[in-house]
Design a protein around this ligand. Sequence first.
Ligand code: PAF
Length: 285
Amino acid sequence: MIVTGQPEEFRELLGRARAEGAVVGLHPTMGALHPGHLANIRQAAHDCDLAAVTIFVNPLQFGPGEDFEKYPRTLDQDLAAADEAGAGVVLCPPPEAMFSQVPLTTVAVRGLSGRWEGASRPGHFDGVATIVTKLFALAGECRAYFGEKDFQQLAVVRRLVADLSLPVEVVACPTVREPDGLALSSRNRYLGQDERRAAPGIYWALLAGKRSIEEDGLRDGHEVVRTMVRACEREPLVDLEYAAVVRPDDLEPLDEVVLPARLLIAGRVGRARLIDNVAVGGEGT
Ligand code: PAF
């Protein structure tokens, strides 16, 4: 596995591999790799000739008072785990190598970025869209692997690739869960013991919503949301931010549920802010 901190070297390595006929698979991350990331890297290594991983805690996607400084940074373990999972090239640039000057350019996927996570975290998806566009520019033609766990991010990335005609095929990777249903996330390590026990409550609320549609035949979107809210209230340590039933492509809330749909949820458990989602009546996890 080749490790570089230099974006231009990363560009050259991937370009050279492509010139020799390789299909490149890219998995962008912010590090603190957990088994969910590793499954995505394995999938990229399986599907493609070269699996490239980026590890960069992107300051552009954190708002004031968010956890940018405290975000877990575990580079040595990450590199060992990425190697083990089949990565061929890793870019882990210091901030000054990524941005030699303060960027004046922002990529914004309007509309899609403003709701749900975007409403709770203003500017977050502009930061994501900007760094992902930059990583795509460095990587060149590739298949890009993104977890379904961050479903709105996946929708934003798909839309920017389509709008800007980027030579990237976006591949959605299934959410990896703990045995009790908690979706794997680098932020789970913020959970204390009682909070960890309570955290799967947000997944169980999603399942309650899913059952109400798929098994009970509920089609009133507001009733489905109320079902999820009630399920969440059973777990006092979960402080629900939003629950929603949406159209999967543009995340428009549904008054009347039309399938396939997606259920979204976000909440705080202690100092961890957790998000999750499930597919209803269609493909996806
Ligand atoms: O999902 C993440 O870890 C980040 O949002 C991403 C896509 C690497 C951009 O910084």
